[in-house]
Structure formats: structure tokens, C-alpha cells
Design a protein around this ligand. Structure first.
Ligand SMILES: CC(C)(COP(=O)(O)OP(=O)(O)OC[C@H]1O[C@@H](n2cnc3c(N)ncnc32)[C@H](O)[C@@H]1OP(=O)(O)O)[C@@H](O)C(=O)NCCC(=O)NCCS
Length: 184
């Protein structure tokens, strides 16, 4: 039987429970911020979701920290589908969306800086992203001892042309199509 291709689409509230399960199952491994179901019901529309058929196999949240800075949050790929480029495609799609939505910078806070560096992010001092410090860090019990790297990529530069990979029909309704061959 042919494998279903993986598509990226905008999340919706009906997916909140499944997003919650996927994120919660990967909290420890990914050092992810815990998300409540009600938070995800409110913010599901900010997610880009990777679908294999009708199953959610990955997700990433584009969270606004300020009018100019957005953050990659809750980036998770189902362990069974890792290493096939799904995570990279999720971050690239967030990057396109952040630029379209007028943000100047996309940031991420992570224990895996190498993963983001290969996608063009740079390590910066936490104090360069004060929006994050005031939004989350100050109330975090691990403030100053969290071990996360602050990563940032500017969005104003002309991107590398992969914007064109988005299916123009799907894009009109806010849905991106991932290059299926990469997941074969
Ligand atoms: C991190 C994660 C989203 C990556 O998803 P994925 O679909 O496997 O990623 P990709 O297939 O796009 O990986 C692309 C490259 O990054 C590398 N990579 C993956 N995870 C990495 C990590 N933690 N550190 C460094 N490099 C990593 C892959 O080996 C691959 O390299 P290659 O192209 O040279 O083979 C996934 O491993 C995951 O869900 N982890 C648990 C949650 C988590 O850690 N979230 C991120 C928190 S910031």
C-alpha cells in the first residue's frame, strides 16, 4: 500500500486534544514548555501541523512575543517519522508565516542549538530577546539556570526561494504542501 504523503496545514481547535497528547509525550525529551489543553484550544490556529493522512505526526506553534518578534514553540515530530525532514519543514513554514505576518525576527529557545543552526539560526545572548525574558523567563523556576540557548534568525533577508515550494492553491487558504518525496 502506498504511504500517505505528509502535508503541512494550519492547526484548528478540533486538533487541540491530539496536539496536547503529542506535546505532552515529548515534554521531557524536548525540554518543552508544558501546554494545557485549554491553552491549545485557544491557540491551535497558530500551529502548523504535519499530517500523515488523518494523523497528526508533527506540530510547531508560531507564538508572538511582540509585534516584531515571534517564537517557535512546541516543535515536535512523532518519533516514528523523525530524520525525514518533517521538523525542518515545520520550522521553514513558521519562518514563511512569520515573515508574511510582518515579524522581524523568529526565535527559538532550545537545548539543541545545532538543529536550529543548520536552519540558519544563530545563538544570541538571552538579553537580546527581552520579549521572551519578560514573557516567560522571569516567572520560570529555572530562570538563569535553564541551560537553553536563545536562537534567532532575522526575517527581513530574502529567503532562499523555498517560499515557492508552497502550493499556490493551498497557500490561498493558509495551507502549505510539504515536498512529499522527502518523506518517502
Ligand atoms: C527536534 C525534532 C523536532 C526534529 O524533527 P525531525 O523531523 O527528526 O528533524 P529533521 O528530519 O528535519 O532533521 C533535520 C536534521 O537535523 C538533525 N537533528 C535532528 N534532531 C537534532 C538535534 N536534537 N540536534 C542536532 N541535530 C538534530 C537531523 O539529524 C537532520 O540532520 P541531517 O539532515 O544532516 O540528517 C524531533 O527530533 C523531536 O520532535 N524531538 C523531540 C522534541 C524536541 O526536541 N523539540 C525541539 C525543542 S526546541
Amino acid at each position: 500500500m502506498p504511504r500517505a504523503r505528509i502535508r503541512l496545514q494550519t492547526g484548528d481547535r478540533s486538533q487541540a486534544r491530539k496536539l496536547h497528547a503529542l506535546i505532552t509525550a515529548n515534554l521531557e525529551e524536548g525540554h518543552l514548555l508544558p501546554r494545557t489543553l485549554s491553552d491549545l484550544q485557544v491557540h491551535a490556529g497558530r500551529f502548523t501541523v504535519a499530517m500523515k493522512g488523518r494523523t497528526i505526526v508533527g506540530c510547531a506553534d508560531l507564538a508572538a512575543l511582540s509585534p516584531s518578534v515571534a517564537e517557535v514553540r512546541s516543535l515536535v515530530v512523532d518519533p516514528a517519522l523523525r530524520g525525514a525532514g518533517v521538523g525542518t519543514d515545520l520550522v521553514e513554514e513558521l519562518r514563511r508565516r512569520a515573515r508574511r505576518e510582518g515579524f522581524d525576527k523568529l526565535c527559538a529557545f532550545t537545548h539543541a542549538p545545532a538543529y536550529f543552526i543548520q536552519m540558519g539560526f544563530s545563538i544570541v545572548p538571552h538579553s537580546w530577546i527581552l520579549e521572551k525574558v519578560f514573557t516567560d523567563c522571569l516567572k520560570c523556576p529555572l530562570f538563569r539556570t535553564c541551560g537553553q540557548y536563545a536562537m534567532v534568525v532575522p526575517l527581513e533577508d530574502a529567503y532562499d526561494g523555498r517560499d515557492k515550494a508552497v502550493d499556490p492553491v493551498d497557500d490561498a487558504v493558509g495551507v502549505a504542501t510539504a515536498p512529499a518525496a522527502r518523506y518517502a
